[in-house]
Design a protein around this ligand. Structure first.
Ligand SMILES: [Zn+2]
Length: 179
C-alpha cells in the first residue's frame, strides 16, 4: 500500500477515529465494544454505528452474557453504520470509513460492495489476536479490500483514547442518568 492512503490531513483522521471510539461506548456488549463512523471526502459525517442487537430486540443480561444467544443477534458496527445510512437515505458510496477494529469478512463484503473510498481502522485488541480463526478472518478481509482496490490503514493507538479513558467517558455519560 502506498504512503498516500490517507484522504484527510492526519489530525482529521485522528479526530474521526476518536469519534468512532465514542460511538463504541454506546455498545452494551460486555466483551467487545466497536464503533464505526462513515465520513464524506469533504469531512461531513454521514453515518455511524456500534455493535448491538437490532432495534426492538432486548439487551437482556442473559443474552449479552451467553455467546450462543448473543452472536446470532448482534449486528456489527460497520453493518449498523451502513444500515443507518440506508435508513436515512444517505449515500455512502465513495465515503471514508473509520472503525475501531479491523472489519470481519462479512462487514468487509458490504463495505466493498458499497464501494467505499478508503478504510481506516484500529489494530485488533491484543487479547483477541490469538483467538482461533481471527487471523485467518482478517486476512480474508484485507485480501478482499486489496483485490477491490480499496486502501486500508491502521491508525496507531498512541493517538487515540485508551480503554481507561473510554471507561471514564462512559462513566461520565452514565452520570447523565442522575440529571
Ligand atoms: Zn463485522
Amino acid at each position: 500500500m502506498s504512503e498516500k492512503t490517507f484522504t484527510f490531513k492526519e489530525d482529521w483522521n485522528i479526530f474521526f477515529m476518536q469519534k468512532a471510539q465514542l460511538m463504541s461506548t454506546r455498545s452494551k456488549d460486555p466483551s467487545t465494544k466497536v464503533g464505526c463512523l462513515i465520513v464524506s471526502p469533504d469531512r461531513v459525517i454521514l453515518s455511524a454505528g456500534y455493535n448491538g442487537f437490532p432495534r426492538g430486540i432486548k439487551d437482556t443480561p442473559e443474552r449479552l452474557n451467553d455467546r450462543d444467544l448473543k452472536y446470532p443477534r448482534v449486528v456489527h458496527s460497520e453493518t449498523n453504520a451502513i444500515i443507518n445510512a440506508v435508513r436515512n437515505g444517505t449515500i455512502i458510496r465513495d465515503a471514508i470509513v473509520f472503525v475501531t477494529q479491523p472489519p470481519c469478512p462479512e462487514c468487509t463484503k458490504m463495505l466493498v460492495n458499497t464501494e467505499i473510498r478508503e478504510l481506516l481502522h484500529m489494530d485488533l485488541d491484543e487479547n483477541k489476536k490469538d483467538l482461533p480463526g481471527w487471523r485467518e478472518k482478517l486476512h480474508i478481509s484485507f485480501d478482499m479490500l486489496d483485490e477491490a482496490g480499496i486502501p486500508h490503514k491502521i491508525i496507531p493507538n498512541e493517538f487515540l483514547f485508551t480503554q481507561q479513558e473510554l471507561a471514564n467517558i462512559r462513566a461520565r455519560q452514565l452520570k447523565g442518568l442522575e440529571l
